[in-house]
Write a protein that binds this ligand. Structure first.
Ligand code: 2AM
Length: 478
């Protein structure tokens, strides 16, 4: 009997996804450019379900039930195009290719368009959760046509993570590249979350004087509350870990240079093009970048500045509580920025994104999974047209209660010379939204002065220019 679905590209993500499908009761054709990987999969895990190994692309395609469904799990970029070029000629109208790799959404849009012209459905699916997620249940963000989702949905829903309420962490996100766009924003938010947790750690270490083990305890406590999240849990685990070789806290033996594969950078690049201020994500990308500039940091190492002063135990405890407020408020801002970007992407690319559903499918499986996402889901359920998450009544009240401590923490960071770009940028964004008047009035006036870029007035319609070099009379420019 033919296989329900095929997976090509059997490195660890592809292998685990194929196993997940097989364990869920589907018969799975498996294929890899180098057949040794296919054989290894069947040898090691063949007992887990119905695998149909194929050595050639032709045999692989021939072993699939029609309309055929195949998932490619190869490296993003040229490999994906190579696989499409190899398989598309073997497929028929109505067949579906799913790209489960980390493709840039613009590539996915191009591939979808090209394959659509040939009658083939192309589904760019963001898959988050790493190796473990792929095997036990990832969060899956499929784009592509609604018709393709009709055929794939039940399978994706059965292999996806389940949220606490039992619902699967996948949904048809939107057409063409919507899935990979949403995955990209997910990763950007992940960068911001990690940066904010890093800043909280840094402040607790250098200002409160806590040891990594003590900070692990603080994080565990926070993880029991509104900051309950996978990343909080991971951070506590890492901080509690001791290096086996030296006996030192593990975090102290890791070189303080954070690398990046590029999805955070994509998020910021795209946000710049869309004109969406995602300052939290941008600061996170820049903070990683700064950490990696070794010679630059060496050049700056002797610059004057304060050293953190020790706090007594009571003050440290109070400060830790304030840091929790600052972390929560900053996190809320970076999610508000991320959701703004989702809205802007939907508008630009014509996707009908369900903003609450995106929060819902991030509740399980993915790296940013958190209790908090259920509240975002509720906020959009209550008001699908919500302009910003910060305008939701509950979130607004919460950030209002947090803002005093948030400011105190940001001020302490500045005073002690501990860099906290995420906390500060989030606060600046919050105050920017709150402001009655922004200095943008001066900026626009400057632009009119040196470049005749014109301005609008607060008191009447129209576009104006002032003759700065002349008698400074105002003329209409529209
Ligand atoms: P390989 O085992 O034959 O190298 C991650 O690198 C996965 O992508 C592997 O399964 C790898 O296959 C596959 N891959 C990389 N480049 C590819 C290409 N150009 N065509 C097909 N598969 C490719």
């Amino acid at each position: 009997t033919p296989a329900d679905i095929g997976v090509t590209g059997l490195a660890v993500m592809g292998r685990n996804l194929a196993r997940n499908l097989a364990r869920s009761g589907y018969s799975v054709a498996v294929h890899n450019r180098t057949p040794a990987r296919t054989r290894a999969l069947v040898e090691e895990f063949g007992g887990e379900g119905a695998f149909r190994p194929a050595e050639s692309a032709k045999d692989f395609v021939a072993s699939l039930k029609r309309p055929r469904r195949l998932i490619t799990m190869v490296k993003a970029g040229e490999a994906t195009d190579a696989v499409i070029a190899e398989f598309a000629p073997l497929l028929d109208e109505g067949d579906v290719i799913v790209d489960g790799g980390n493709a840039h959404f613009a590539d996915t849009r191009r591939r979808e368009r090209e394959l659509r012209e040939r009658g083939i459905h192309f589904v760019g699916a963001g898959i988050s959760g790493g190796e473990e997620g792929a095997l036990h249940g990832p969060s899956i963000m499929p784009g592509g046509s609604a018709e393709a989702y009709d055929s794939l949905g039940p399978m994706l829903e059965s292999i996806a993570a389940k949220a606490a309420d039992g619902s699967p962490c996948t949904t048809h996100v939107g057409t063409d590249g919507a899935g990979h766009f949403v995955k990209m924003v997910h990763n950007g938010i992940e960068y911001a979350d990690m940066q904010l947790i890093g800043e909280a750690y840094h402040l607790l270490r250098d200002v409160a004087g806590y040891s990594p083990g003590q900070i692990a305890e603080v994080f565990r406590t926070w993880n029991g509350g509104r900051l309950d999240s996978y990343l909080m849990e991971v951070s506590a685990e890492v901080l509690a870990h001791t290096d086996a070789e030296t006996g030192a806290p593990f975090v102290d033996v890791v070189a303080d240079r954070a690398e990046q594969k590029g999805t955070g950078r994509w998020t910021v690049q795209t946000a710049l093009e869309l004109g969406v201020p995602v300052s939290g994500i941008a600061e996170a990308v820049f903070a990683r970048s700064l950490s990696g500039h070794t010679s630059l940091r060496a050049a700056g190492a002797g610059l004057p500045g304060p050293r953190a002063e020790a706090m007594d135990t009571d003050a440290a405890g109070r400060f830790a509580d304030q840091v929790e407020q600052a972390l929560y408020a900053s996190k809320l801002v970076s999610y508000a920025q991320g959701w703004h970007m989702l809205r802007a992407g939907a508008e630009e690319y014509g996707w009908n994104l369900d903003l609450g559903a995106i929060a819902a499918i991030w509740r399980g499986g993915c790296i940013i999974r958190a209790a908090f996402l259920d509240r975002i889901r509720s906020a959009y359920a209550a008001d699908p047209g919500l302009e910003t998450l910060l305008a939701d009544a509950d979130f607004a009240a919460e950030i209002g209660r947090a803002q005093g401590d948030w400011r105190a923490v940001a001020a302490t960071a500045l005073r002690h010379g501990v860099p906290a770009p995420g906390f500060s940028a989030a606060l600046a964004y919050y105050d920017g939204l709150r402001a009655d008047r922004l200095p943008a009035a001066l900026t626009q006036a400057q632009r009119d002065f040196f470049g005749a870029h014109t301005y609008r007035r607060v008191d009447r319609d129209g576009v104006f220019h002032t003759l700065w070099g002349g008698d400074r009379t105002q003329e209409r420019a529209d």
